[in-house]
Design a protein around this ligand. Structure first.
Ligand code: MOS
Length: 755
């Protein structure tokens, strides 16, 4: 029976959120807490000469100042589950501007902040390399491949032959800037030691990953670390890894034998918690006169740090997006003196789709074929890279429904051909796709004697609806109304679930929650059947149905009892069951995926049999451009998606308009600038790093194709965390081209590029 899944249930945590009752990591009340403030490097490369803490340590309220001069030994991190692998407070070397070089701990936040300004640091400074364009000759092939161990380069067919047979070619370079996540909730850690045991309230998308990072970094056993994080104020990838401030805070709390809380400032969040790297992407398309692709080459260069090999996998979607016999994808890295980049809002797909979907629009214009029609002519009926059928694919319906709802047929093909008064009107579109990741997860379900149920899994709710959809899944599996089911997450005391990355949480933890609840229901039925005092005594399970928390004989519904009656009669305060879910052979190659979360993003796409599993969608955008001033406004946008089962129509809608909003930000506003001389991100604040506000965003329209996928995972969910941003920047840039005749190939599309 399924009647709660899919419903537009209000957020179960909504009341807590709007009343301030939802406590985030930095808000947990702990008595005796001390406040930490980071000292960060003002140079990007070189060595610390001296750190003078004399004056600072005499400032009022200061408890301790810890730098590399007096820090205890900390293990060198690994890039994952840490975000970066340079040593933390173990020496004078500086690897990037904003690197944490110490912590000031005081009895109040204000006193800690004041004392931190009194710390005097001298440096032996070396000029940093921070401009990727200056170092392209040093680009290297990432030795470990792209994340998850997939090869950085791939080739099918013969590119030269494909290009040789083409009548039309597009060869262009597309550029995306550095992006910062800018979640509302700052990164924060509150570390509380009880003897040898650490409890860390940590703003993270991955409690188990944080636990591992803390245990590794501090040299303690995993079982001595508990990480708790019930609410996340957005992450967008930046909280997937565990960054140095978390280790530093826990170290300080251990040294001081006192709870320490540390919250990053908005500016600090730009430096040492990752960013989307700058990409330069060369795309070469070849096509025959009838618009069939004969070759696709996608060469991505992105930057990484001097210590780690983080790859923005922009070319991955290119391998499977269209039908084409000859496809080549390469990824190269350039080392810069910056912090290690990280997963950001559909890493790879968001940046890569800007390049490929812009190039497809250019090809449509070169061939004089409608952009939607061009995509239909190159529709991939199967995953030609993996040579597997898709588990389900509704992209054709997405194009058709989208074109219809958007009024695409009203569009005239020629650039600058549509006007509204003095405004130039443009319509653009692009394809969206994101892998349907599914990783091993576990959950527990508990029935109480009062007829209420509780489910638990160490998954996360980034603000997108995890609490609510898990409650719905549990309610349906237990046949209970959702107000009698509670769901808890974000605690390493709960059964393990993957980090909230790669749009995998609903599919993974959701499948585990369903499995645990089904196991609990089975257990309760068996308990009733084998109980001599039960009205169901003597029946076998096939003769029993369950509705509304009541078990009854199928042939005589009056014969039965509720879960609560069973537990009450037997004097059992609670009965529980635990279960796991993991990818099966449908995915081929044994599934893959590790509980460390984001690292497995590519691994679970692999395999040599089974199905290729992806969400698909189409974005349609209308822009109005002021022909004199170049001001671009998005006036309408529509996203149509085939993303498997939609667990909650309301939260899913919100999640998609959130993704589309980020896409519009990426298209028109967002870029982090770096100072070439000092290696600092120079617009490290929300006044100068522009994100969309209400005035930038029109009514966004969202439509889901009703799609049933029986292979993807037990609950049929493909995941919608990231697909909402994919392709939006290209759709906007394509609309701007249609409006103005001006093709902008470097994001963001700002008015100066139109004039
Ligand atoms: Mo997402 S960038 O995998 O948090």
């Amino acid at each position: 029976m399924s009647n709660v899944i899919g419903q537009p249930l209000d957020r179960v945590d909504g009341r807590l959120k709007v009343t301030g009752g939802a406590r985030y990591a930095a808000e947990i009340p702990i008595t005796g807490v001390a406040y930490g403030v980071l000292i960060q490097s003002s140079i990007a490369k070189g060595r610390i000469g001296n750190i003078d803490t004399t004056i600072a340590s005499r400032a009022p309220g200061v408890i301790s100042i810890i730098t590399h001069l007096n820090a205890p030994r900390l293990a060198r991190p690994t890039q994952m589950p840490h975000g970066q692998s340079h040593p933390i407070l173990q020496g004078p070397e500086i690897y990037y501007s904003g690197q944490s070089i110490g912590i000031v701990v005081a009895d109040t936040l204000e006193r800690a902040e004041h004392a931190a300004t009194l710390v005097r640091v001298t440096y032996d400074e070396v000029k940093p390399n921070v401009i990727m364009e200056d170092h392209l000759s040093e680009a290297y092939k990432p030795p470990m491949g792209i994340v998850g161990g997939k090869s950085a380069d791939s080739l099918r067919g013969d590119i030269d032959q494909g290009l040789g047979g083409a009548t039309t070619r597009v060869e262009q370079t597309y550029i995306t800037p550095i992006h910062h996540h800018n979640a509302m909730e700052p990164h924060a850690t509150l570390a509380v030691w009880e003897g040898e045991n650490l409890v860390a309230y940590n703003a993270t998308q991955n409690v188990y990953g944080s636990r591992q990072a803390l245990a590794e970094g501090l040299g303690v056993a995993l079982e001595n670390v508990r990480v708790i994080n019930p609410f996340v104020g957005g992450g967008f990838g930046s909280k997937g890894m565990t960054w140095p401030h978390t280790i530093i805070t826990a170290m300080a709390a251990r040294e001081l034998k006192r709870p320490v809380k540390l919250s990053l400032t908005r500016e600090q969040m730009f430096f040492s918690n990752g960013h989307r790297p700058h990409t330069i992407q060369k795309v070469t398309l070849g096509a025959s006169a009838d618009g069939k692709l004969t070759a696709i080459r996608h060469e991505t260069t992105s930057h990484t740090s001097t210590q780690d090999d983080f790859v923005e996998p922009s070319g991955v979607l290119t391998q499977m997006l269209y039908s084409c016999p000859n496809v080549q994808v390469t990824h190269r890295l350039v080392r810069l003196d910056v912090g290690t980049p990280t997963f950001t809002r559909a890493p790879g797909e968001a940046s890569g789709s800007f390049a490929v979907e812009s190039a497809m629009d250019e090809l449509a214009y070169a061939l004089k074929i409608d952009p939607v029609e061009l995509r239909l002519r190159n529709y991939a009926e199967q995953d030609e890279q993996e040579k597997k059928p898709f588990s389900s694919k509704s992209l054709r319906e997405c194009y058709q429904t989208g074109a219809e709802k958007f009024g695409w047929s009203q569009r005239t093909f020629e650039p600058r051909s549509m006007r509204d008064g003095r405004y130039l009107i443009g319509m653009g579109m692009a394809t969206a796709t994101y892998p349907a990741n599914f990783r091993p997860a576990s959950a527990k379900a508990i029935m109480f004697a009062d007829g209420r149920a509780l489910a638990q899994s160490a998954t996360h709710d980034l603000g997108t609806g995890g609490f609510t959809v898990m409650t719905q899944i549990a309610a349906d599996a237990l046949t209970l109304p959702p107000d009698r089911v509670r769901f808890e997450l974000g605690d390493t005391r709960f059964p393990e679930a993957p980090g909230a990355g790669g749009s995998a949480s609903a599919a993974s933890a959701g499948s585990a929650v369903q499995a645990a609840c089904m196991a609990l229901k089975t257990r309760l039925i068996q308990m009733s059947l084998s109980d001599k005092s039960s009205p169901l005594s003597g029946l076998n399970p096939q003769q029993v149905s369950v509705e509304n928390g009541r078990m009854f004989a199928k042939d005589n519904p009056s014969r039965g009892e509720t879960f609560a009656q069973l537990l009450t009669r037997r004097n059992e305060p609670r009965i529980e069951a635990q279960a796991s879910a993991q990818p099966g052979k449908e995915r081929g190659g044994g599934g893959g995926g590790s509980s460390q979360g984001q690292g497995s993003e590519q691994a679970d796409k692999g395999g040599d049999k089974g199905y290729s599993m992806h969400s698909f969608g189409a974005h349609f955008v209308e822009v109005r451009v002021d022909p004199d001033l170049g001001i671009i406004r998005v006036s309408r946008a529509l996203g149509v998606y085939g993303a498997g089962k939609i667990l909650n129509a309301k939260t899913a809608h919100s999640q998609m308009i959130g993704g589309m909003t980020m896409g519009i930000g990426m298209a028109l506003l967002e870029a982090t600038h770096i100072d070439a001389n000092f290696g600092r991100f120079s617009n490290s604040n929300l006044a100068e790093y522009l994100v969309p506000v209400n005035a930038d965003i029109p009514n966004l329209d969202v439509h889901f194709i009703d799609e049933k996928d029986q292979f993807v995972n037990p609950i049929g969910v493909k995941g919608i965390g990231e697909i909402g941003i994919v392709g939006v920047a290209a759709a906007v840039a394509n609309a701007v081209f249609h409006a103005t005749g001006k093709r902008v190939r470097d994001l963001p599309v700002t008015l100066d590029k139109l004039l």
